[in-house]
Ligand binder design. Structure first.
Ligand code: FES
Length: 321
């Protein structure tokens, strides 16, 4: 936890859809909460010691509460299950102030918001904001079924309902999201925002890149992705540029863990390659990027990496630490 962390009370916990709960968080002293912009998330420090990032999904104009939506993931490593089972109304939680790695592009002439499942949380916040400012936008929301569609009623009752299309996996084929016309041709000034499970992100971002969308018109945020281990993961060494100290990283160890064992702390948050908190400059060597944070172009440049999950393809990495 950091000194800037906030203490909030769970004022309301509700079932929003099948396996999705929403939590309304208010300041323990009832004072206004720090302002946030659309696309922001907070780090929630859970009672079981785990920290998870959750996007704020209420209107960014509100200062009396933060709202988050949490999908119960059976494969959860202690985050979503703890939120669903252990956190109750009235509980006090420690959270970080809002951070935004997924902001709206201020100069866009049209915004295309693409949400998959629980990825709707930052996207809905963006839609609320764009509707308030009168910006041009459309939203596509893909879920497995209406019962698993969080915030459906809220969206249907909103002033921007006509700009939102729902696409259900179990619905008629003609209602499925047809990305062909959405992505071709690439339109100048149009920005795409994608948030959802990994398969959804890979599908949409891959198709957008194949269609020629430049990186500056593509915005995305991954959720709690599983870090992929490969058989080729091996031990290697990390050298600190400042001191020349060489630290071995064992096959089963992360760089961050090896550095911590040697007394060097790298700030982390998600530890899953999603948030970018641990981003570190690479001065020599070739990282084995396993994060979702850097763009493919940034990864290919090999001059920065996320040591919470990424490894090395060369016997040694020299890091700017
Ligand atoms: Fe989040 Fe490394 S701590 S990317």
């Amino acid at each position: 936890m950091n000194v800037s962390d906030l203490q909030v009370r769970v004022a309301r916990k509700a079932t929003e859809a099948v396996d999705i709960a929403t939590f309304e968080l208010v300041n323990v002293d009832n004072r206004p909460l720090p302002a946030f912009s659309a696309g922001s998330h907070v780090d929630v420090h859970l009672p079981n010691g785990v920290t998870r990032q959750y996007s704020l999904c209420n209107d960014p104009g509100e200062s009396h509460r933060y709202q988050i939506g949490v999908l119960r993931d059976p494969a959860s490593r202690g985050g979503s299950v703890a939120m669903h089972e252990q956190v109750r109304e009235g509980d006090v939680l420690h959270i970080s102030p809002p951070k935004n790695h997924f902001p709206l592009a201020s100069k866009a002439r049209h915004h295309v918001l693409l949400a998959g499942g629980i990825g709707v949380t930052p996207i809905l916040c963006m839609a609320e904001r764009l509707a308030v400012t009168g910006a041009s936008f459309e939203m596509h929301y893909c879920t497995r079924s209406p019962e698993r569609t969080a915030f459906r009623e809220r969206i249907e009752r909103s002033s921007f309902a006509s700009q939102v299309a729902f696409h259900f996996d179990d619905g008629p084929a003609e209602d499925k999201l047809d990305i062909g016309p959405l992505l071709a041709p690439v339109r100048p000034g149009v920005h795409l925002y994608v948030c959802g499970p990994k398969g959804f992100m890979d599908w949409l971002l891959g198709a957008a890149r194949d269609a020629g969308w430049p990186a500056e018109q593509l915005h995305y945020e991954f959720f709690g992705a599983e870090v992929v281990k490969s058989d080729s993961d091996a031990g290697f060494e990390v050298k600190l540029a400042s001191s020349g100290k060489v630290i071995p990283v064992a096959k089963e160890q992360t760089i961050v863990a090896a550095l911590a064992a040697a007394g060097i702390e790298v700030p982390t948050s998600c530890e899953q390659g999603v948030c970018g908190t641990c981003l570190t400059r690479v001065l020599e060597g070739q990282p084995d990027h396993k994060d979702m944070y850097l763009t493919p172009e940034e990864q290919a440049a090999n001059d920065q990496m996320t040591p919470c999950c990424s490894r090395s393809l060369s016997p040694m990495l020299v890091l700017d630490l």
